[in-house]
Design a protein. Structure first.
Length: 422
């Protein structure tokens, strides 16, 4: 197969790394890719939101399958664009239709969907600018901490947990005044659930589904989970507290009703469902849906997935996923992200990286990097994920930490306490 993968982050390098191991993958193109994906396939300078440009490339390069890494093209309707085009309709797109992608693209839509299927989740109310005053009064009746969520896509930064009513009211006003652009035109105020989070990844062809390795990521910039939210500072898989009893509950109360809801609503959904969950008193509650793989979770999930990823994608596209059996590496995998100084606020790009050749026993997944004159330069806030195996997550983390110390670039920062709460 000739595969086109859309995206440019650590998740896409993990996809590329996995695809490049498959005998089914004849040619792999990554748009736009990064310095790491270039070692697995061919980077191409396509705008992933320009569907006409993607169409031309797909036809010229005889692409057999398109795999979408990030959420934005899915929310914008790339699946529907292919399906409704006579020249493209036989090229499978791995990802949901525009309607299905609303599970991620609109927090309030996701909440309505969960209510329909009796899927356990936090209580909530939603507000817009015209109901600002009512929203402020509603916040005043809540018990802190208070959770505010921008309804639309905000690059993983649209969820705020505020310790006081006054701070929540201030942020609520700022969100409805444009802090997150159009993503915050509607704000969901949610009941705070006190528990520990984990991520479940489901692959579906719309009929059957398979559960991939479970993971837990760490979003905040500071040790002990303090400071600002980021795109993700590290992850572990498996998750020690997610036992068979808890996973049985997740499957019966969350996964099966989600697939049922997708079918009842008639969504075209061929791809990944990322379910963000929280365990409260050993009961699972859904925090949110994403319509693609997570980042940095992919960097620990795919290293533990023994299956041929290209074969799984082919089965999803053809609607034959029920014939596949997921095989999982028993070892633990962990990843630590190296980030640019100042991230997630203002940071500089273009810093030369050193020590990449001194790494052993870890897999490097490039995220915000580019190559120039044979040098690897930083090109984003989250620069590189360092993934390692171990008999348990602690052993794996020690290897990642050792290699994180070996890589150097100006302003480098990483969290040394991934897995601290396990």
């Amino acid at each position: 197969m000739n595969i086109l993968l859309l995206g440019s982050g650590g998740r896409e390098h993990a996809f590329s790394w996995k695809f490049s191991q498959s005998p089914l993958c004849e040619k792999l193109f990554i748009a736009p890719g990064n310095a790491g994906t270039a070692t697995c396939g061919t980077n191409v300078a396509l705008n992933i939101k320009d569907f006409d440009q993607i169409k031309s490339f797909v036809l010229e390069n005889e692409i057999n399958i398109v795999v979408v890494g990030p959420e934005e093209p899915l929310v914008l309707g790339i699946y529907d664009f292919f399906k409704n085009d006579d020249e493209l309709k036989n090229v499978p797109v791995i990802g949901p239709s525009k309607e299905g992608a609303k599970l991620e693209g609109s927090k309030s839509f996701g909440k309505v969907f969960m209510a329909e299927q009796n899927i356990p989740t936090a209580g909530y109310e939603e507000f817009e600018a015209v109901t600002l005053e009512r929203g402020l009064k509603y916040i005043a009746t809540q018990t802190p901490p208070i959770v505010l969520k921008a309804d639309g896509l905000a690059a993983g930064k649209g969820v705020l947990i505020l310790p006081t009513i006054e701070e929540a009211q201030k942020e609520f006003k700022e969100m409805l005044s444009g802090k997150f652009g159009s993503a915050g035109a509607k704000v969901v105020i949610e009941e705070f659930l006190d528990g520990i989070e984990f991520s479940v990844f489901v692959l579906t062809d719309g009929k059957s589904y398979k559960v991939l390795p479970i993971a837990k990521d760490y979003k905040r910039i500071g040790e002990n989970d303090e400071g600002l939210n980021t795109g993700g500072m590290g992850a572990v898989s498996p998750v020690p507290f997610v036992d068979k009893v808890l996973m049985d509950k997740v499957e019966e109360r969350v996964i099966k009703p989600t697939i049922k809801g997708i079918q009842e609503r008639g969504f075209d959904y061929k791809g990944f469902i990322f379910i963000g969950l929280i365990r409260v008193n050993n009961e699972p509650y859904v925090i949110e849906y994403n319509c693609r793989m997570g980042d940095p979770e992919t960097e620990v999930v795919f290293p533990r997935l023994k299956n041929d990823l290209a074969q799984l994608m082919k089965a999803v596209g053809e609607g034959t996923l029920e014939n596949e059996t997921i095989e999982i590496d028993e070892r633990a995998a962990t990843t630590m992200f190296l980030v640019s100084g100042g991230y997630p606020e203002a940071y500089e790009k273009g810093k030369e990286m050193h020590g990449l050749n001194a790494i052993d026993d870890s897999i490097l997944f490039h995220a915000g990097t580019r190559e120039e004159d044979g040098k690897i330069l930083t090109n984003g806030g989250r620069v590189m994920a360092i993934t390692s195996y171990g008999d348990d997550f602690k052993a794996a983390l020690e290897v990642s930490k050792k290699n994180a110390e070996r890589i150097e670039f100006e302003g480098k920062y990483f969290r040394r306490d991934i897995g601290f709460d396990l």
